[in-house]
Write a protein that binds this ligand. Sequence first.
Ligand code: GDP
Length: 444
Amino acid sequence: MFDTLSDRLTAVLKNLRGKGRLSDADIDATAREIRIALLEADVALPVVRSFIAGIKERAKGAEVSQALNPAQQVIKIVNEELVGILGGETRRLQYAKNPPTVVLLAGLQGSGKTTLAGKLARWFADQGQTPMLAACDLQRPNAVTQLQVVGERAGVSVFAPEPGNGVGDPVDVARRSIEEAQRSQHSIVLIDTAGRLGVDEEMMQQASDIRDAVTPDETLFVVDAMIGQDAVSTAEAFRDGVGFSGVVLTKLDGDARGGAALSVRHVTGQPIMFASNGEKLEDFDVFHPDRMASRILGMGDVLTLIEQAEQAFDENQAEQAAQKLGTGELTLEDFLEQMQAVRRMGPLQNLIGMLPGANQMKDQLANFDEAHLDRVQAIIRGMTPAERADPKIINASRRQRIANGSGVRISDINDLVSRFFEARKMMQQMAGQFGGGGGGGSRK
Ligand code: GDP
């Protein structure tokens, strides 16, 4: 989403590197280029002004630092100002003292509310909560059914008005959903409300009525990051019409400039709490201003990577694999497990995109073929446990059977097996050199 902005800012800051001293003129020129980059990315004017003023003031008044050269200091200031514009600290969700915690979702039709309801529900469930979705969009045909489908996919219950009772009253449904959650001991109720294509009085009124009836712990304004400058005016309309305690940016995977979405925090004073970057349930994350800033500035998002890695890897399994790696005893079974763990973290392109310097590798990444990994997994899955443990036994007839079973060519299997042996041989040599101690601290 922020690729162009990221490219521009990285280029501007790169120009500073290697300069021993920065004059006021250097700082002014840098600020001017940053200003253009932000405006071109659709960042709202008041936000740009405050950002640039902050940078100029701090850069010119910067103390002489022992640790950083002047260029590094400017980069640090730009990063800190960007974090500030994005909201500073990560804002955590407020839970009710007495469950259920009620979360109201508001936003225009098509902003991604229903999709988000499923993602949030899944996220809550992963945090050990027991969420329930409440279908209070009774305006749009199929909205209730859509939420039911989303709920099923996320594996959470959905409270919906009984069919056949006419259109129904969304305020009443919202109220009853809370009673139902108390009765059935759900700890979270996520209320999906009706949206319109544009801001309108009736929609605002309905959302306010629901808000008054259920007094939510959080009201989240859901905004499509691809609607450009309209994001800012829509956010202002919702702030004045319904009020909200947090913002969710959706469709950050789109190729629009996205700067308007970056302005929402500054313009409304409310924090961005979550970000959605795709149509699938897992394309979603807590919004961390510091990580987003370093991503935009091309410094990589190593923290997100670490967090995802922690979630995806089973520590014991990783430890065992590390030991086997150390002694060169790796089998195809271990290899498959490791590959699955890495892939649970998401598409490799996304993972690599989070690493520092990944911007420069964009072209190679675009050509990376995820299907190749699918083939490798299919081949290993097509093997018997004995074959996975000892690939040496895979003779011609076994290769034919595996190829038939996994729908690949025999040459793909030959390729995989010979590469596996090469890798294992290399590990054994390394293990020999380093004394064969495991990676798990068993070295004497
Ligand atoms: P609602 O009208 O606000 O409930 O919006 P929906 O949840 O129905 O979403 C509208 C469309 O946007 C659907 O086609 C979704 O699949 C799609 N969508 C939602 N979130 C995202 C996202 O983060 N990225 C992309 N690419 N599409 C999304």
